[in-house]
Unconditional design. Structure first.
Length: 174
């Protein structure tokens, strides 16, 4: 059984090892999520520690999925920004541990993130994903639309420069 919950900064710190293990496993499996060296644990932990500050400031929210009290999935809702963007949020770090995939966890996390964003009054969500990635099909099935593609956007763990696809989802006509 998978348990879904919102995590605050203190809970992130308590689960830092689990979150870092998750991110490390996803990078090692080839996920394009900002990191190119799955063995660089220090950078991974620095990333999560910086997200704790964003959680404290209210710029981000973190949703986690746990199985047997171990984090197996995450998604972040990033709401900080300029006054002209108060209606939108960015979705990032949709992660599911390779051993927990194909169980609907990513879909549940995305649906919960969309519900949470809507409850915060957001009417537009944006994200980017590696072009051709399996996640694109998930996003499309949830009603996301493609805004465009940027070539040579991100370096992969093999050193190749890959394109990213920018996507959006209108939550309401506002």
């Amino acid at each position: 059984m998978t348990d879904y919950k919102q995590a605050d900064a203190a809970q992130l710190q308590q689960r830092l090892t689990q979150l870092s293990d998750l991110l490390q496993a996803c990078v090692a499996a080839g996920a394009s999520i900002g990191f190119t060296d799955p063995q660089d644990r220090a950078s991974i932990e620095r990333f999560w520690n910086s997200r704790a500050a964003n959680l404290r400031s209210g710029e981000s929210e973190l949703l986690i999925a746990c199985q047997q009290d171990v984090v197996v999935g995450t998604v972040m809702i990033n709401v900080g920004g300029m006054p002209n963007g108060r209606h939108r949020a960015e979705i990032s770090k949709l992660l599911v541990h390779p051993r927990a995939r194909r169980q609907g966890i990513a879909r549940q996390l995305m649906q919960r993130a969309e519900q949470r964003a809507q409850a915060m009054g957001k009417t537009l969500l944006v994200l980017d994903t590696r072009s051709g990635d399996v996640a694109s099909q998930l996003y499309l099935s949830l009603g996301w639309q493609i805004a465009g593609t940027i070539p040579r956007y991100a370096e992969s763990i093999t050193g190749e420069l890959e394109a990213t696809t920018v996507m959006f989802r209108l939550l309401s006509e506002g």
